[in-house]
Design a protein around this ligand. Structure first.
Ligand SMILES: [Zn+2]
Length: 320
């Protein structure tokens, strides 16, 4: 089944009226008489899920109406195939009621807003909702809503889905909320992506409700990531640049001075910057030591040590 971009410009419900698209992806101001009411109710039709919006042999036979009165024309077969509970039993009960009234479409009113329902339906059809620029809050609400309608979170937020790519593009904007979402639903791939943006997070500052939402398993994974990186940093920075043979211009004390300076900077990096330390900040901070090195042999040794540190830090685990 594919999206039909050349479909008719007129909605064809039981009481069809013209509409025009707006930037929010909703066709505004049609007056559509819903099948379960004799009163004309002002609604609008989704610009993606409209009658004839998909090419293929099957036409839309189900109308989902959001709480803000936006109609989404969908295929009951698609919804029922994805749902383990007949769309929260709304489709089954609606069909029983509709059967006695001989109307064109089954109409189901849902409690979600059109923004959230739009995301959910895009996910069920494996279409990207990115063009509608949904908010992070609506994306998160949509995932939390999947179970209510019997949709598998693991199936519809799998890394191969269009929805996962949308989430991935937003993770960096609010990594803690997305990490908590992932932890709550045991979405490891999403949590892993989010964790890479939480390296500088002070775990003690996470609000209790966020800790509870992510759960102990994912909290522990985040703590373990931080500890792993801290232990690795300590190991990588341990030991100053290798000393060289004594020369006329560089005696034992000069080289010991460089070693002490290295240790001080290493301690600063470990205790002040810790797991979020980037290769650039690591190089810049350690590189400041090079300004005071006059001995060419010490400089060579320092450069080799710094290069080794940079390489090793680049290989340290950056996500859960
Ligand atoms: Zn030297």
């Amino acid at each position: 089944m594919s999206l039909n971009h050349d479909g008719p410009r007129i909605a064809t419900t039981s009481a069809a009226h013209a509409w025009s698209p707006n930037v929010a992806g909703v066709h505004q101001d049609p007056y559509v008489q819903t099948e379960d009411s004799a009163i004309e109710t002002k609604t609008a039709v989704s610009s993606r899920f409209w009658p004839g919006g998909f090419s293929g042999p099957a036409s839309e036979d189900l109308v989902l109406v959001s709480c803000d009165r936006i109609s989404f024309y969908v295929h009951s077969t698609v919804i029922l195939a994805a749902s383990s509970n007949s769309f929260a039993d709304l489709i089954r009960s609606t069909r029983l009621a509709v059967a006695s009234r001989n109307v064109e479409h089954d109409v189901v009113n849902v409690r979600e807003t059109s923004s959230v329902l739009n995301i959910i339906l895009h996910s069920i059809y494996n279409l990207s909702c990115a063009p509608y620029a949904p908010t992070n809050g609506d994306l998160i609400t949509a995932v939390d809503t999947f179970p209510r309608y019997g949709f598998s979170v693991h199936t519809h937020v799998a890394p191969s889905t269009a929805f996962f790519q949308v989430l991935l593009s937003r993770v960096h904007t609010d990594p803690l909320e997305f990490y908590a979402l992932a932890g709550h639903h045991d979405l490891y791939a999403l949590a892993s992506c989010a964790s890479a943006h939480l390296l500088g997070l002070k775990v003690g500052s996470i609000p209790v409700e966020v800790v509870e939402r992510m759960g102990p398993v994912y909290l522990n994974r985040l703590l373990s990531l931080h500890q792993t990186r801290l232990d690795a940093l300590k190991a990588i920075l341990a030991g100053p640049p290798a000393p060289h043979s004594l020369t006329y211009g560089c005696d034992e004390e000069s080289q010991a001075s460089l070693a002490r300076a290295w240790s001080l900077v290493a301690a600063y990096l470990i205790w002040e910057m810790r797991p979020q330390l980037t290769p650039i900040s690591l190089e810049l901070t350690l590189g400041q030591l090079a300004r005071n090195i006059r001995c060419p042999l010490c400089k060579t040794s320092f450069d080799a040590r710094l290069a080794g540190v940079m390489t090793a830090w680049g290989f340290v685990q950056q996500s859960i």
